[in-house]
Design a protein around this ligand. Structure first.
Ligand code: MG
Length: 388
C-alpha cells in the first residue's frame, strides 16, 4: 500500500534506514483498551513452533500424554480408583479400556488447552445407542465430558452422541468412520471463569472430529451431566487432570497430546483487548521497556525511541529529555552548510514525521517548536512529499 501521509512516509523511510529501524510512528496508537499500536513492532513475536511432519502428530511444543507405549502410560497416567478389575491393555501402539478397570487420568493437571486424541471403537459391533463403543474425554477432573461413542449407523440421544458436550450440546455433524477405524478429536478447551458466583467468561469447547467442526466455541454451561441439567455457576478449578472413561466397552486410544493455550484477557492474559486498568498498566510496562532500550542507544536513535515511548505513556522526565534532544537536533540541522544539507534530508523528514504523528495523536502539542522549525527546513529545501 502506498503511504498516505507524512507519518506513514516517515515509517517507510525509517524501515529503509537501518539506523532508525526500531522507532515507528505508523498505525493507530495505543488507546484506552489496546496497549499496542496497530501493526506495532514492539508487540512480542509469537514463539516459533515446529509442526509435525504428519498432521495430527505432536508439534514441537506439545506435551505428549500417550505415545503408544506402556511406559508412556506409566509415566503420565494413573487409575482413578484403586479397587478395580484389571488394567487397561497396551497393544499395537494403543491403549484399550478393559471393562471394569475403571477410568484413567493424567498425572499432569492443566487447564485451557488444545488437545489431540485418537480413538477407535471395537471392530466387532456389540450393543446399541449409548452401549456401543462408549467412552469419554473429561477435562478438569471430570468437570465436563466430550463424548466418545460409536455412532456410526447407531443413533442415540443427540446431546450424548460422539463429539457432544455431554448433556449440553449435540455435535453439529456426525463425521464418524466405521467401527474399528481410527477417529481423531481435536479439542480447544477453555474453562469457565466464575468469580464470587458471577460468570466472568462462560468458557467454551471447540471440537473437530476427523477434521470436521462439530462444536464451535460451545459455551460449557456448567459442564453437563447424565440426566441432570448442570449448574452454569458451579465453580470450575483452574487446572485438573484429563480423564478417559471406562463405560464397559473396549475402546482404544492413541496419540494423545496437548498444548496449553495463551491466557485470555479475562484470565490475566495481555495479548488482546484489555480493561482500561490493565491497559494502563501494560502501556506503562511497554513504555518502560522502550526507555530501557533507548538508554542503550545514542544520538537520534535514542531520541526517536524516547519519542516512541510517549505513544504508550507520557512521563515528564522523558518529555524533558526528548525536548532537549530535539532542540539539539534542530540546531544541528539548521547549522548544516548548504552544500551538505541534502545529507540531512532523510533523518529530518523522519523526525518531522514522528513529531507529526505524535501531534496528530495528541502525545505532544501541535505547536511544538521542533515541528515548526523542521517544517521550515523541509519547505526551504523543497523536501515536501509530493501530493498523491
Ligand atoms: Mg461416555
Amino acid at each position: 500500500m502506498k503511504p498516505r501521509n507524512l507519518a506513514q512516509t516517515a515509517i517507510s523511510l525509517a524501515i529503509a534506514a537501518p539506523t532508525l529501524a526500531t522507532a515507528q510512528f505508523y498505525g493507530d496508537p495505543p488507546d484506552a483498551t489496546h496497549p499496542w499500536a496497530v501493526h506495532d513492532m514492539n508487540r512480542p513475536q509469537p514463539p516459533v513452533v515446529t509442526p509435525a511432519a504428519k498432521p495430527g502428530d505432536p508439534p514441537s511444543d506439545a506435551v505428549v500424554l500417550f505415545d503408544g507405549t506402556e511406559e508412556s502410560f506409566k509415566n503420565n497416567w494413573k487409575h482413578v480408583r484403586d479397587k478395580r478389575k484389571g488394567d487397561w491393555i497396551f497393544k499395537d501402539g494403543a491403549m484399550q479400556c478393559a471393562p471394569g478397570a475403571g477410568y484413567i487420568r493424567t498425572k499432569e493437571e492443566f487447564g485451557d488447552c488444545q488437545l489431540h486424541i485418537e480413538w477407535a471403537a471395537p471392530t466387532k459391533v456389540q450393543g446399541n445407542s449409548q452401549g456401543r463403543g462408549n467412552s469419554g474425554v473429561f477435562f478438569l477432573d471430570g468437570a465436563t465430558e466430550i463424548q466418545v461413542l460409536d455412532n456410526y449407523d447407531n443413533p442415540s440421544y443427540a446431546d450424548g452422541m460422539a463429539g457432544s458436550v455431554y448433556g449440553v450440546m449435540p455435535p453439529a455433524a456426525n463425521p464418524l468412520r466405521a467401527p474399528g477405524e481410527w477417529q481423531t478429536y481435536d479439542i480447544i478447551f477453555r474453562r469457565p471463569i466464575i468469580k464470587n458466583g458471577e460468570i466472568i467468561d462462560p468458557g467454551s469447547q471447540t471440537v473437530l472430529i476427523n477434521g470436521v467442526v462439530v462444536q464451535d466455541s460451545t459455551p460449557i454451561e456448567g459442564g453437563g451431566g447424565h440426566k441432570k441439567r448442570s449448574n452454569p455457576k458451579k465453580p470450575f478449578p483452574e487446572t485438573g487432570p484429563l480423564s478417559l472413561q471406562d463405560h464397559g466397552n473396549p475402546v482404544r486410544f492413541r496419540n494423545i497430546w496437548y498444548r496449553p493455550l495463551r491466557k485470555r484477557a479475562t484470565d490475566g492474559g495481555t495479548d488482546g483487548q484489555l480493561t482500561p486498568e490493565a491497559t494502563t498498566v501494560k502501556r506503562a510496562e511497554i513504555a518502560a521497556e522502550i526507555r530501557k532500550d533507548a538508554a542503550t542507544k545514542t544520538g537520534i536513535n535514542q531520541m526517536m525511541r524516547l519519542l516512541e515511548s510517549l505513544c504508550y505513556e507520557t512521563n515528564d522526565s522523558t518529555v524533558k529529555d526528548a525536548n532537549a534532544m530535539l532542540a539539539k537536533f534542530v540546531k544541528s540541522v539548521e547549522a548544516t552548510p548548504a552544500d551538505k544539507i541534502e545529507s540531512r534530508k532523510g533523518e529530518t523528514k523522519n523526525v518531522f514525521g514522528a513529531l507529526s504523528y505524535l501531534a496528530t495523536h495528541k502525545r505532544i502539542p501541535a505547536d511544538h517548536p521542533a515541528i515548526k522549525a523542521l517544517r521550515q527546513i523541509i519547505n526551504t529545501n523543497g523536501w515536501q512529499d509530493k501530493k498523491k
